[in-house]
Design a protein around this ligand. Structure first.
Ligand code: 2SA
Ligand code: GDP
Ligand code: MG
Length: 426
């Protein structure tokens, strides 16, 4: 059976940390969507790992890792990331696999990501992407002109020529759309010829790979990237990423049947953050927001951008729970709230005086909603030293239990610090 870790808000909830902890008891850790836009941080003692495209299960020496079919792979970044973790003493090439069906991100996808953002910014509508070429790659995938890993590594007769033809066609179509941007096509081809040989040993047909693992009762953990509110269908469209970050992305991105999914762990930051543009009803553009940003060290792991910060939003979390069906939750970064005298939680949205039933799809409505809050007492105690749930101050327990009751989903873990050991079980 497969368990799944998903982001419940706008990302950076601390998914990487939970994945790393769970991987102690896991045989196969798989990424199903996204690419190196993600930034998953794991802190083990003095060592900090930042995973982008590679699964966080790599830190555990007994865990096999798969970059699944729904992931988009920029091959040079794949090796750069691998080398960066090797420099930290983590050698894992023999337990890392890449799906042959994963789509390839080329440099021109990244360039056109930037060009598209520049176009949008002229009307103040830039998404605030990570610039990693994620949207352009999923676009070429959907328009059926993309190239996949198997196109690159195939050793069938004529396969390289076919790769070159497709690569050229795709590149030409991008130049036609975006103009004559700087790109050394021939140099790229030479580079990719070498990368094909480098990548080949990692490539697997991920469908039998996953099915054999399931049939052998291997313990599988799926590591979601980004989060529900960034989902291409359910997020704050168009201010979203270009993949299904919700539970559906697990089946489409790995080719596993839904009945093989067991636990769905929702990771919930104790407050809310968002990086990039787009609606954020509980955002606090004041000293509370600054406090959360500073104390929570809220900077993008991939781009270094400051994250926007605000109160916890139960409208978002209820909507997120509808879509993903969490079986339990990990509340993270509770310690970041330690010094706040009182803590607010958004409980419903009003529009034209009426309470909205759920999180609205229309950005014009979202822009005008009034958020209603409850105010809960703070605890003014350092929770980062707590080792058990019972050691938490009563107000902190009340906060956790308030979330649990409001969502009707049990809280299983509470994070009180970035380190592996700073996780309480409830
Ligand atoms: P993209 O690049 O096309 O996926 O961007 C589209 C939107 O998705 C957001 N997005 C993210 N939001 C939070 N965290 C992400 N990963 C990095 C991190 C972000 C960073 O862990 O900190 O370093 O800036 C991530 N990746 C994509 C993005 O901000 C756009 O709003
Ligand atoms: P992810 O994308 O969901 O994996 O999250 P990120 O790694 O982008 O951002 C989460 C940040 O919070 C990282 O710097 C983590 O080390 C850190 N973190 C995770 N859990 C906790 C926690 O419980 N308390 C604190 N203070 N930091 C945490
Ligand atoms: Mg992140």
């Amino acid at each position: 059976m497969a368990d799944v870790v998903l982001g419940s808000q706008w990302g950076d909830e601390g998914k990487g940390k939970l994945v790393d902890i769970l991987c102690d008891q896991i045989d196969v850790c798989a990424r199903c969507q996204g690419g190196n836009n993600a930034g998953h941080t794991i802190v083990v003692g003095d060592v900090k790992y930042d995973f982008h495209m590679l699964p966080s299960g790599l830190v555990n020496p007994n865990c096999i890792n798969l970059v699944g079919s729904g992931v988009v792979v920029h091959v040079p970044s794949f090796f750069k990331e691998l080398e960066a973790i090797e420099e930290k003493g983590l050698f894992c090439r023999d337990r890392l696999f890449v799906s042959s069906r994963a789509h390839l991100v080329f440099d021109f996808h990244q360039i056109t990501d930037g060009l598209k953002e520049r176009e949008l910014s002229t009307s103040n509508k830039a998404i605030g992407t990570t610039g990693k070429g994620i949207g352009p790659t999923y676009s070429t995938k959907a328009s059926r002109s993309g190239l996949r890993v198997h196109h690159l590594v195939s050793q069938e007769e004529g396969a390289w020529d076919e790769f070159v033809t497709k690569f050229r066609r795709l590149f030409n179509s991008r130049q036609k759309r975006y103009g004559d941007f700087d790109y050394d096509f021939d140099a790229e081809l030479v580079k990719y010829k070498g990368l094909a040989d480098d990548l080949r040993p990692f490539v697997v047909d991920a469908i039998p790979f996953m099915h054999k693992a399931l049939a052998a009762n291997k313990r599988i953990l799926v590591e979601g990237a980004n989060a529900l509110m960034l989902d291409i269908d359910f997020g704050t469209y168009p201010y979203v990423t270009s993949s299904n970050t919700s539970i559906g992305g697990v089946c489409t991105g790995l080719g596993i049947p839904p009945q093989k999914i067991r636990n769905i762990y929702g990771v919930v930051k104790a407050y809310t953050t968002r990086v990039g543009a787009g609606p954020f009803p509980t955002e606090q553009l004041n000293e509370v927001g600054e406090h959360l940003q500073t104390v929570g060290a809220e900077f993008g792991v991939t781009t270094g951008r400051k994250r926007r910060c605000g109160w916890l939003d139960l409208v978002v979390l209820k909507y997120s729970t509808f879509v993903n069906g969490y079986t339990s939750l990990n509340i993270t970064k509770l310690d970041v709230l330690d010094k706040l005298p009182e803590i607010k939680v958004g409980i419903q949205y009003r529009h034209n005086g009426k309470v909205l039933e759920s999180f609205p799809e229309d950005l014009n409505v979202l822009e005008k909603v009034e958020v209603e809050y409850v105010t809960l007492p703070g605890w003014n105690t350092d929770t980062s030293k707590c080792k058990t749930y019972s050691e938490l101050p009563q107000e902190a327990k009340d906060y956790i239990e308030y979330i649990e009751k409001s969502l009707g989903v049990k809280v299983e873990w509470i994070g009180v610090g970035p380190g592996r050991t700073s996780m309480l079980t409830k």
